[in-house]
Design a protein around this ligand. Sequence first.
Ligand code: AMP
Length: 416
Amino acid sequence: MKVLVIGNGGREHALVWRIARGGHEVIAAPGNPGIEALARCIPVGVDDLDGLVRIAQAEQVDLVVVGPEAPLVAGLADKLRAAGLVTFGPGADGARLEGSKAFSKQFFAKHSIPTARFRVVSTVAEAEAAIDEIGDRVVVKADGLAAGKGVVVAADRAEAKAAARDMLETRRFGDAGATVIVEERIAGREVSVLALTDGKRLEVLPAVEDHKTIFDGDQGPNTGGMGTVSPAWTNADLVDRICKEILVPTVRGLTADGIDYRGVLYAGVMVDAAGAPYLLEYNCRFGDPETQPIMARMVGDFGKVLAGAARGELPAGQLAWDARVAVCVVVAAAGYPAKVRTGDPIEGLDQVSDDVVVFHAGTARKDGRLVTSGGRVLGVTALGVSVQQARERAYAVVDAVQLDGKQCRRDIGARR
Ligand code: AMP
């Protein structure tokens, strides 16, 4: 097959790497310097929907895989399908599961999917009443896409009310905060479970544990993700429960609501002290950096599975998993997650062993040199027979990277 992968991050590098290993020809738009080594890159941005459709047509690709959420929410998959292209990624209707938290919470409630108690509000007065009703342990969320920053896990009611005012009145997140969700805060441990679906069947991928804050020990502001471990701490019974109570009812609900969803259902799940899973949110695409350890462990022809899902015929039993554990440590640029400094040279990537893959995210080539171009720069992903071994291998490469202002967490996987 000839496969077009859309996006330019670590997630897309990992997808391209795995698909290419199945012997397929891969092209990418716009891609990045890491992807360039595996695929021809075409400089069309992820927000140029018509440009992307034109490339897919001109290149006569057999499959398009859409990486990021913004073009899916904007309807890229619909445009591609209308042009006759086999596309992995939901249409705008399905992508609302990520694009609107009010829509998704109402969907969970309608289809009896366990989730935190919530209210949807659009004025400060409504928000304050909802916060007083739910109590001291509340989370305030902007409805729309806010690059992972629109969620405030409040320490108390005053902080929750200030956050709601910030979204509704000050419009800190623009129109994304015109509607706000106030919900009960659930104490527990988080896990990410991604599944491929063709709208009817599910292929559940191994669970992943993320590390969201910038500093060790889960301190400091949230980021897009500073590192991941897969498989996660969850046992088979829990994953089974997440599948039965969350993923299966979701696919049924989508069908019942007339949404033909072909893509990834990425469930962000909180497991409470009693072991009960609650769905915090859905993403409508692969996670970044969740995809990196999943791809590192995957065995099988991934392109074929994605094409099957895109055609509505997800094949069963095509994927297997390396018995080892994968750990991905993100190397971030100076300033991240606040104001990021770009253009810093990156060196020391020439000596990487077989058990480690360095996925590029925020990198660019300038005058022949590799430099930073975004907050999260690299995802150093290692396999090991234990979490400890995978950690040691990943950190050996992370430590060899020379980058002014380099940031990384030292405790990825350390809790295990
Ligand atoms: P979301 O984008 O909805 O997944 O929220 C981002 C992060 O906020 C999650 O990964 C959790 O760490 C936290 N969070 C969101 N909702 C809740 C909740 N109801 N209870 C506890 N933590 C939450």
